[in-house]
Design a protein around this ligand. Structure first.
Ligand code: PHE
Length: 345
């Protein structure tokens, strides 16, 4: 080793220039890598005698420092240039798309139903999910301890006293609140979540959604009810749709009926969705019982009205032929993503 060897390398390092990160890395390896020329001098240094060590120690260390510094400088230089000129980043590339959620099938059906009744002039009302016994049962003509309460198996939040709190079993409670608050005539629909103590299966769930409706004015008749339901069914299921009404019972309506729509899959011929009957049950309805009007302070000799209620999961099932109610609550993305694109709004 001579001092000239060191000087020569020093000059080389000072003159070093690079145009890309790759060139800088190559230079680093050439000088400072395991087999690099600076490293080689250090290896040789280990074998020289004491005198020589004294002579070369310092210039060698300075050389190494210089090489390190120069590499860092060059890295910085090509780094800046790289951002401006290298083809690594394409600023015209479109951004990464944000995954968008899709609407839940029950929401889609709710929006459709609400949209149809809004067109008919109905307002939308909402109310609490934790209700009192009075608004869910008492004001709707369910006497205390009456077996009709068994039609809607109830989750009680607080039991025992006169007017216990419970999870509403239908949104008819919102209609009671509407009758208490709103001026007559009343035209209102009440969408919302309801709760019943049912064993969970393909056909039943303890949570589901309803849209209920109420119309109260002077001289409202069963013919008005039938016409409203027919118009709704045709908007919802298509202009060819027919309805039929079967007598039924609800404590808050008299007379009461259940409504079927003609099966829009087989058009009345009979298929496995309508179980060969050609008809699909979609809602319950009836003329508001005078006791219900009176309980909310409405004069039943002057006013009459009709009410109806339907389950949204059931309508969504008919619409999209979903065969298991539990899909609606399990948040399986493969199921949920199927719907938004299928909507015709
Ligand atoms: N509240 C009833 C139910 O949940 C449905 C209904 C509403 C029936 C209005 C008649 C009139 O089962």
């Amino acid at each position: 080793m001579t001092i000239e060897d060191i000087k020569k390398l020093e000059a080389e390092i000072r003159a070093l220039d690079c145009k890309s990160a790759k060139e800088v890395e190559d230079a680093r390896i050439r000088f400072l890598g395991k087999k690099g020329s600076v490293t080689a001098l250090f290896d040789e240094f280990r074998t020289v005698d004491k005198e020589a060590k004294k002579e070369f120690g310092r210039p060698l260390n300075e050389l190494k420092q210089l090489a390190g510094q120069r590499i860092e400088e060059l890295k910085e230089k090509v780094g800046d240039q790289g951002a401006n000129s290298s083809s690594k980043e394409d600023l015209s590339m479109p951004g990464e798309p944000l995954p968008l959620g899709s609407r839940h099938p029950v929401s889609i059906v709710r929006e459709q139903i609400v949209g149809i009744f809004r067109k008919f002039g109905y307002d939308v009302a909402e109310g609490p999910e934790i209700e009192d016994d009075y608004h869910v049962f008492e004001a709707l003509n369910f006497p205390p301890n009456h077996p009709a309460r068994d039609m809607q198996d109830t989750f009680f939040v607080s039991a025992g006293h006169l007017n216990p709190l419970l999870l509403r079993t239908h949104t008819s409670s919102v209609q009671v609140r509407a009758m208490e608050k709103m001026d007559l005539p009343i035209r209102v629909i009440c969408p919302g979540r309801v709760f019943r103590n049912e064993a969970i299966s393909a056909r039943a769930h303890c949570i589901f959604h309803q849209v209920e409706g109420l119309y109260i004015d002077e001289g409202v008749t069963f013919a008005d009810l039938k016409q409203a339901i027919l118009l709704f069914a045709r908007e919802m299921f298509g202009p060819e749709t027919e309805i039929r009404m079967r007598p039924s019972f609800f404590p808050f309506t008299e007379p009461s009926a259940e409504v079927d729509v003609s099966c829009n899959i087989c058009h009345g011929k009979g298929c496995n969705i309508c179980k060969g009957t050609g008809w699909l049950e979609i809602l319950g309805c009836g003329m508001v019982d005078p006791n219900v009007l009176e309980a909310s302070g409405i004069d039943s000799r002057k006013y009459s009205g009709f009410a109806f209620g339907m389950g949204l999961e059931r309508i969504a099932m008919l619409k999209w032929r979903v065969n298991d109610l539990r899909h609606y609550f399990e948040n399986d993305m493969r199921f949920l993503q199927e719907f938004d694109s299928a909507v015709e709004v």
